[in-house]
Design a protein around this ligand. Structure first.
Ligand SMILES: [Zn+2]
Ligand SMILES: [Zn+2]
Length: 413
């Protein structure tokens, strides 16, 4: 079944030369087609977008805010982890005069970034984004055959979208020029708080802070790579920050493809899981605990890019389950690498769903899982080698194959 998702396009102007461009919602690294200047898009908080009215209305515009979430949802239950892809929106201010969500809008309709120049009255968001996520959790609970013990959401996009309306007796949608179902009268804008959004996007130059070389990355990359001085950089509010980077090197002749994983160290409370021997016990793995296993620290391995939720969890769990012993060396591998489009801050949301896949016996999960709390301490970006086969990438030691089609899909999710 085809997932119902919307990929909005965003009207954009090159910060250098002003040339118009169209971005995907997930685009961060923007290369201008005219002046070729590359810049990285950052925002204070979530991205704020707005729709434009179809025709210039005679009435003043009111912009109503909606939260939008697009990404993976997981629900841990005593019989397994269920997953679902979400593309949802929800009122960010409470009003019965406006539609409950953004609704289906044609993809031809573009968004633009909210700027001070946009005329109209902006209604201030007063409902937290968590309200929308509670609704998403409730939907997963409905699908689960049993109680949900934990929910996790990994965002692809969490944004605020302002949609234009105007008042002509009733509240009219300024894109459809139609009034939705609402009470006959009584709309009073003074009941809602107005506030021109104090929000802006910023652009970071994409030159390596260490050597001045041009950094590399995909359009939706969250990690930029310097192939000159072998470093990795994470865009942050106050500029590019260096991150630890490593790989499990493979012979060049094998022409491996390296997939990025976040190797995460965490303090795990409530279950006594610190090392490999603990892991064998809590996961009831068919392995004998041998001497020295207590000295091997337990790590989570969470995939560094977006995939379908089921695949994402399978791949992350397989590599975590293997607790790879291969030598990890710092720096980039020599060979083809896949881009990181899932930041460590989002990847840590997957830790409990990954762990829940392993916990045994399942019967005790109802009481065990709610007691577990995971505190991530450190994330190391590690490129893990896979061998390329006709349709898939396979790991040499773990029974794990990643469909190449899904990899290409990954950037459109
Ligand atoms: Zn330009
Ligand atoms: Zn450099």
């Amino acid at each position: 079944m085809r997932r119902k998702t919307i990929d909005y396009l965003i009207d954009f102007q090159c910060p250098q030369c002003g040339a118009p461009a169209t971005l995907a919602e997930t685009d961060r690294l923007v290369t201008c087609a005219f002046c070729r200047v590359k810049s990285y898009l950052i925002s204070s908080g979530v991205f704020h977008y707005c729709f434009s009215p179809k025709t210039p209305p005679e009435k003043p515009l009111i912009y109503f805010p909606y939260w939008r979430f697009k990404g993976m949802g997981f629900a841990c239950t005593s019989v397994g982890v269920i997953n679902r892809f979400f593309d949802i929106s929800h009122q960010a201010a409470a009003s019965i005069y406006f539609p409950p969500n953004v609704g289906f809008r044609s993809q031809a309709l573009k968004l633009s970034f909210v700027t001070r120049e946009i005329e109209g009255q902006f209604i201030e968001p007063s409902i937290p984004v968590s309200t929308m996520m509670e609704g998403a959790a409730a939907r997963m609970k409905k699908n689960a055959r049993t109680g949900v013990l934990h929910n996790a959401f990994i965002g692809d996009t969490t944004s605020l979208i302002y949609s234009p309306f105007y008042v002509k007796g009733k509240v009219y949608d300024a894109i459809l020029n139609k009034a939705g179902p609402q009470p006959e009268s009584g709309f009073n804008i003074d009941a809602l708080k107005l506030n021109q959004p104090e929000w802006g996007i910023r652009f970071l130059p994409t030159l390596c802070p260490s050597c001045g070389w041009d950094l590399d990355g995909d359009r939706d990359a969250f990690v930029l790579i310097c192939k000159n001085c072998n470093t990795a950089w994470k865009p942050a509010k106050d500029g590019l920050k260096k991150i630890s980077l490593a790989c499990i090197p493979e012979k060049k002749d094998d022409n491996p493809v390296y997939l990025p994983f976040w190797k995460i160290t965490a303090k795990i409370d409530g279950i006594g899981l610190e090392n490999y021997a603990d892991f064998i016990r809590v996961a009831n793995l068919p392995k004998v605990v041998r001497e020295g296993m207590e000295k091997r620290r337990f790590y989570f391995w969470s995939l560094g890019f977006k995939m379908r939720p089921r695949t994402f969890l399978t791949v992350s769990s397989s590599v975590t389950g293997a607790q790879l012993e291969d030598k990890v060396v710092s720096g980039l591998p020599e060979g083809r690498i896949a881009a990181v489009n899932l930041p460590a801050e989002e990847a840590v949301q997957s830790l409990l769903p990954i762990l829940a896949q392993f916990l045994h016996p399942r019967e005790g999960l109802d009481s065990i899982l709610p007691k577990i709390s995971i505190h991530p301490k450190h994330a190391l970006l590690v490129y893990v080698p896979f061998s390329e086969k006709h349709h898939e990438l396979v790991h040499k030691k773990i029974p794990l194959a990643v469909n190449k089609n899904q990899l290409r899909l990954a950037s459109n999710l």
